[in-house]
Design a protein around this ligand. Structure first.
Ligand SMILES: Nc1ncnc2c1ncn2[C@@H]1O[C@H](COP(=O)(O)OP(=O)(O)O)[C@@H](O)[C@H]1O
Ligand SMILES: Cc1ncc(COP(=O)(O)O)c(N)n1
Length: 272
């Protein structure tokens, strides 16, 4: 049996719902061997981010070299990258090791409002990282910051996706969870030619900590197994829907999603 390997380059979330922890749980649930490069340690729980401690440049470069020189990942994702310097190192190593199947989740702000990317680093995401990306997964506020556009209508979303593809990402998944004006959540997948809309009813819950991390990790895991981007995104969508729907109810703030739920559903242990 071949076990495929995926690498997450992201921040650690002590609360276990987002970041590296969400990514590894998702890889494991989807049958993919997970590896990590920790870009920062965050002290974090369901109430917010209490501290951010970026890793040193050497620590990041050496983790990437340890993996690159021995354990060739089949797919790679990035999450919290925090600074220009970290982005530059990551981009250099991705190029050096010829890592394909790169998923960029352009994490900027935690749900509670704490910055996870310095403002001055946004331009580095655009110039250093997006040209290397197979898939970029911005939420609506991130898409606005990357493109400088105000995104109100569906045609604004299409236009912004086009701009992100022009910046170099081959595919864009624009996540619609932040559009509070409707009960219908609309994610958009753009491949440079066609737009695919994926719609679902908003699940009423405050437990959405780590949704973006989990979704992009599921896409990465499926790409590692050799799935096409369209197949990977569709499986990831089912994964995140199950994880949001089957609530764990942990913590007194915005709790984690349920990484067990997708497999439990596949095994028939829970029903929609
Ligand atoms: N309340 C919800 N009900 C159903 N799906 C959701 C909900 N919130 C987010 N999602 C889905 O979770 C994924 C992450 O979306 P989003 O919350 O927009 O991104 P982020 O976590 O990066 O801010 C998307 O596929 C989105 O459609
Ligand atoms: C270390 C870390 N990385 C990313 C997020 C974003 O979380 P979300 O997936 O909810 O946008 C987070 N809160 N903490």
């Amino acid at each position: 049996m071949t076990i495929f390997k995926a690498l997450t380059i992201a921040g650690s979330d002590s609360g276990g719902g987002a970041g590296i922890q969400a990514d590894l749980k998702t890889f494991q649930e989807l049958g993919v061997y997970g590896m990590t490069t920790v870009t920062a340690i965050t002290a974090q729980n369901t109430l917010g981010v209490q501290g951010v401690f970026p890793s040193s440049a050497d620590a990041i470069a050496m983790q990437l070299d340890s993996i690159g020189s021995d354990l060739a990942p089949d797919a790679v994702k990035t999450g919290m990258l925090f600074s220009k310097e970290i982005i530059r190192i990551v981009a250099d190593k991705v190029r050096h090791y010829h890592w394909r199947n790169l998923v960029i989740d352009p994490v900027m702000v935690a749900k509670g409002g704490s910055p996870l990317l310095q403002q001055e680093a946004v331009q580095s995401v655009i110039t250093d990282l997006l040209p290397l990306a197979l898939v970029t997964t911005p939420n609506l506020p991130e898409a606005e910051i990357l493109t400088g556009m105000s995104i109100r209508t569906l045609s604004d979303r299409e236009e912004a996706a086009k701009v992100i593809v022009q910046m170099g990402s081959q595919y864009v998944v624009m996540k619609g969870g932040h559009d509070a004006s409707t009960d219908q959540i609309i994610d958009l997948l753009y491949d440079g030619e066609n737009y695919l809309y994926m719609e679902n009813l908003r699940i009423e819950t405050r437990h959405t900590h780590g949704t973006g991390c989990t979704y992009s990790a599921a896409i990465t895991a499926e790409l590692a197994k050799g799935k096409s981007v369209h197949e990977a995104v569709q499986i990831a969508k089912l994964f995140i829907q199950s994880a949001i729907e089957d609530q764990l109810g942990m913590g007194s703030g915005h709790g984690p999603t349920n990484h067990f739920a997708y497999q439990r559903r596949q095994r028939g242990e829970i029903h929609v």
